[in-house]
Design a protein around this ligand. Sequence first.
Ligand SMILES: O=C(C[C@H]1NCCC[C@H]1O)Cn1cnc2c(c1=O)CCCC2
Ligand SMILES: [Mg+2]
Length: 494
Amino acid sequence: GLGLSAKKDDNFGEWYSEVVVSGELIEYYDISGCYILRPWTMSIWEIMQAFFDAEIKKMKIKNCYFPLFVSPGVLQKEKDHIEGFAPEVAWVTKSGQSDLDVPIAIRPTSETVMYPYYSKWIRGHRDLPLKLNQWCNVVRWEFSNPTPFIRSREFLWQEGHTAFATKEEADKEVLEILELYRCIYEEYLAIPVIKGKKSEHEKFAGGLYTTSVEAFIPNTGRGIQGATSHCLGQNFAKMFEINFENEKGERTMVWQNSWAYSTRTVGVMVMVHGDNKGLVLPPKVAAIQVIVIPVPYKDADTKGIFDACDATVKTLTESGFRAEADFRDNYSPGWKYSHWEMKGVPLRIEIGPKDLSNNQVRAVRRDNSTKIDIPMASLVEQVKDMLANIHQSLFDVAKQKRDTCIQVAKTWDEFMEALSHKKMILAPWCDEEVCCLFLQCCMYFILKYKMKLNASKCTFLGYIVNYHGIEANSKQIMAIMELSSPQSAKEVQK
Ligand SMILES: O=C(C[C@H]1NCCC[C@H]1O)Cn1cnc2c(c1=O)CCCC2
Ligand SMILES: [Mg+2]
C-alpha cells in the first residue's frame, strides 16, 4: 500500500494508530479496546519471552498456570487494593441461555487466584522460597482511551509471584527482577529507562513498596511505566494466611513479591523508534534482521542475481542472523523497499547487476538510511557491525531526546515552567503525605485551568532514583509527569 498519511510529529495519535497497522503488528478488532496481535508482533514478544524465561529459570523460578476465572469471594478479599479497581473487573454471568447463579470474574491479575493455594502449599520453612511465574493474558475493562499495546482491555504479560522466609530475600529479588526489566528495555528494545521507587501515593496499594522502570515518549513529553516489581511485604500473607513455622518453631508470615511486564513493551518501542516511513525495529527483536532484495535489470543475468541473493541469505543465516530474500515477482524493487521499511526491518541488502559484477552488495540502514557497499568477502563481519551500530544508535538517539527533556526544578515556578513545556522534571521529593497531596491538588487545578477540561486524573510519580551515584550525592528524585491522556499533554503544551 501507500505510505503513512499522518506525520509522527504533526499528529502522534493518528500516526501511531496507522503505523501499528501498516507495519502489520496489529489488526483492529470489532470489540473496543481489543486488538489482534499479528505474527510480526508475536515474533517480537517471543524473542523477549525467550530471554526473560531463561533468566528467571536461572533464578529457580518455575512456570505454572492458574485458571482465568476468579470466584467473587477471594476477589473481594483484598479490600483496599481491589475496590479502587473494581470497575475494571470483567465478569462472566451466563453460560448459553442460562444465568450462572454466581457470577465469575476474569482475572485482571492473579494475586487473589494464587494466594489461597500459597497458603495451602506453604507449611514449614522447607517449603520456602516458593517462586512461581505464569505467562498469560489478563483482562481489565479500561475506560480511558484504548491504545494498541499501551492500554488495551486484554493483554499478554508474565506475572511473577514469590514468597520468602525473610524480607532481605524479597528485597534482593525485587531489584534482580527490576534489572531484568531494564535489560529488556535497554539491551533488547534500545530504549533508555529510569529505575525508581514509586511514591507512597502511586505504589501498588496492596504492597509495601513499588519499583518500576520508567520510559519516556518524546512526542507526548510524558513518562510511561515500562514494568513493575513490587515488594508486597506481609500484607497478602496476612490476608491469605500464608505463614510457616520457622527454624525456631515460631509461626510467622512470609514476605512476598510480585512483578510483571506486558505487551506494552511493543507499543513503547513503536512510539520511541518509529518514524514517518513506518516501524523501526531494534535488531535484537526483529524477526527479520536483514531483508535481501534482488534488483534484476531487463537483460541482466537475473539467475546470477537470484543466486547471489540466495547465497547472501545462506551465509548470513549460517552466521546466526535472521535473514530472508524477497523474490516475489509481482512487486518492483522500489515497492519492496517501502514495504520492508514500513515493517521496520533494520537492514536491507540490494543486489543488482553492478553489485553482481563487483562481487559486492549494497547495504541500507533503516534507522538513518545510510548506504554502504560491502564486498561479499566481509559480508558477515560488516553486517554484524552494522546491526550492533543500529542498536547503539537507536539507544543513543532515544537517550539524547529524553535527556534534553529533563529539567531540574528547585522552586515551584521552575516546576510550573517545566511542566508547561512537556518536560520530565527532576525535583527534590519528600514524599510526605501532605506535600504530595498539596502537589496533587495543584496539579489538578493547573491542568484543569490550563486545559479548561476536567483533567480526569493526573498522575504525579515521585521517584527516588536508585541509580548508582545519584543516591549517594543527594536525595534527588526523578519526578515524572504522566498525564492520563495524550490530548491533555498537547493542551499543556499550548
Ligand atoms: O496488578 C497489580 C499488581 C501486580 N500484579 C501482579 C504482577 C505485578 C503487578 O502488576 C495491580 N493491579 C492493577 N490493576 C488491577 C488490579 C491490580 O491489582 C486488581 C483488579 C483490577 C485491575
Ligand atoms: Mg490500571
